[in-house]
Design a protein around this ligand. Structure first.
Ligand code: G3P
Ligand code: CA
Length: 285
């Protein structure tokens, strides 16, 4: 028996002494990785420089290009279904015409949302919101913009229901963020989805945003995502001072991505994920 305990004691010592360096190495690796992946790379409307915006092809391209998030614009059809499209009419990005809210899901699904971009994408459809969730959850983060929610009463609750049905409303379960230019809509959404980070979008008119306004945003939002043209070092500091993160939109050139990177934003919303991912500093060069 005594011998058994001696062997057990020696084994414990050996296990402990080997376990410590292994843990230390893993920790070092994760720190390095964290450094490399610090900048959140958001594929705007999918990788929309490379495939027609807000289509499954553009979202898949965002995944293939190693984006951290795909950004999607959500609206509602005449028959109350959630669909993913940027403009409030289908005119620019499909072969149809008319407001999104005047068309049924079936009418919307008949439209070609790819050939305006290039022949290669003929037949791409306007995706249903739930189709995007089911196809991309767990593969990439999803930055959900409620587009013009004032046109679609109840859209916040409907988006929340779709997430809850999939248990995507739970903290740290999936990478989900909800954002909008309509800040009242974000307050409503936050009430339905307490554990999901929310963002306020801010156009050029917010260039003089005050500390008080930022503090008020911070009561229900985790991100202040402004037009890139109003981003200054001072704004970044003030956003961070209220414990929010900042992911400006929409970078469309390497120069714009480089500027934002060096200013120290938390993420970049871009049509070109390669501008962020391939940044020399990010590569550790
Ligand atoms: O994600 C921010 C950005 O998408 C906001 O602008 O017009 O492209 O929806 P917009
Ligand atoms: Ca958007």
């Amino acid at each position: 028996m005594k011998r058994f305990f001696s062997i057990f004691f020696i084994m414990s010592i050996l296990t402990t002494s080997f376990a410590v360096p292994t843990y230390a190495n893993e920790k070092d690796d994760s720190i390095t990785k964290q450094g490399q992946q610090q900048m959140i790379n958001v594929a705007h409307r999918g990788a929309s420089a490379h495939a027609p915006e807000n289509t499954m092809a553009a979202f898949q391209k965002g995944v293939d290009m190693k984006s951290d998030y795909i950004e999607i614009d959500v609206q509602m059809t005449k028959d109350g279904e959630l669909v993913v499209i940027h403009d409030t009419t289908v005119d620019r990005t499909t072969n149809g015409t008319g407001p999104v809210g005047d068309l049924t899901l079936e009418e919307i699904r008949r439209l070609d949302a790819g050939s305006w971009f290039s022949e290669e994408f003929t037949g791409e459809k306007i995706p249903a919101f739930e189709e995007v969730l089911d196809a991309f959850r767990g593969k990439v983060g999803i930055l959900i913009e409620l587009k013009s929610p004032e046109l679609y009463p109840g859209i916040e609750e409907q988006v929340a229901e779709a997430l809850k049905e999939r248990n995507m409303n739970l903290p740290n379960n999936e990478k989900i963020i909800i954002q909008s230019f309509n800040h009242d809509s974000m307050k409503r959404s936050k009430a339905f989805l307490q554990a999901i980070p929310h963002g306020v979008l801010a156009g050029m008119s917010w260039s003089d945003v005050t500390d008080e306004q930022l503090a008020a945003f911070a009561t229900y939002a985790d991100y202040f995502n402004p037009n890139q043209n109003i981003v200054t070092p001072d704004l970044i500091d003030r956003v961070h001072a209220v414990d929010m993160q900042i992911m400006p939109y929409t970078s469309r050139s390497q120069e714009q991505a480089d500027r934002l990177f060096h200013l120290g934003v938390d993420g970049i919303i871009t049509d070109y994920p390669e501008h962020v991912y391939d940044h020399p500093v990010k590569k550790g060069a």
